[in-house]
Design a protein around this ligand. Sequence first.
Ligand code: TRP
Length: 332
Amino acid sequence: MSDKKLIFSGIQPTGTFTLGNYIGAIRNWAPLQEEYNCIYSIVDMHAITVRQDPVKLRQNSLEAYALIMACGIDPEKSIAFIQSHVKTHAELNWILACSTQFGELSRMTQFKDKSAKHADDVNAGLFTYPVLMAADILAYNADLVPVGVDQKQHLELARNIAQRFNQKYGDFFTVPEPYIPKVGAKVMSLQEPTKKMSKSDDNPNACILILDDKDTIIRKFKRAVTDSDMEICYREGKDGINNLMTIYSAVTSKNYEEIEKEFAGKGYGDFKIAVGEAVADHLQPVRDNFTRLINDKAYLKECYTKGAEKALRISQKTVSKVYRKVGFVDAR
Ligand code: TRP
């Protein structure tokens, strides 16, 4: 690999991806390939920290892989792989777990939230989830990690683990930095625009899925909750309209001023349809690419197999050095 900085990011195979996942994360991944060396992983090992149906998990992992490719991840330019295919993640996980404190894991807000939500299955994997995430990142000595706010605490922990290991065993790991995308936007629910857009929302109209068809997308936008005002402008308190403007801006690259001008004197109804159409048109190539890829299982397999081979080659070197550092006897 060249001397460009290295980016690592992972995404869970959750079945469906929302417009929020797309605008907030996946969409930013493809352009990064031009400036950085990028490694992207479908983190199926993280997914099983909550109960999964095995048949669905397998399907979801393949779909997630096809989807990141459909969004422009080029397996020739980047390394894209499925986490469980690369054994070094689990190996490094153990070593790093021994440099992680019970107390710091107990403070992770995501663990607290998830253990409350899945009270019947507070398994040890859920607790040590951030250690595996640190292993993902440190196995490649990534410089930068694009993460949303919900993962900031985990990244901070990964930095602490790296620093602690470096103190114990001598400077070794690169301490990763968060990567904040130039154009980041948080997408809110279409029904309750003070809440984040989430696929687990009970109201299907709250959430746009990347693979929704055009009619569905437009219908959901038509039903989006706004306010009793009339003006299309970005102002405090106009959460619904602000969200629609954020989305429209993200898919058209128009700024708020341009959008306000475009819709001056027009009604919310017209604006909602315009946003729906812009989103549907923007996502059309993603949907087309996805359909092509998911129906070409042989090609997909070739891509993720090669990706895993490349990932293993790099991370194996890291793990071998780590094993020496901690004092394990050479196996060969
Ligand atoms: N925990 C991340 C999430 O749920 C996914 C993830 C796993 C990840 N390993 C990672 C993200 C490494 C960045 C880097 O969003």
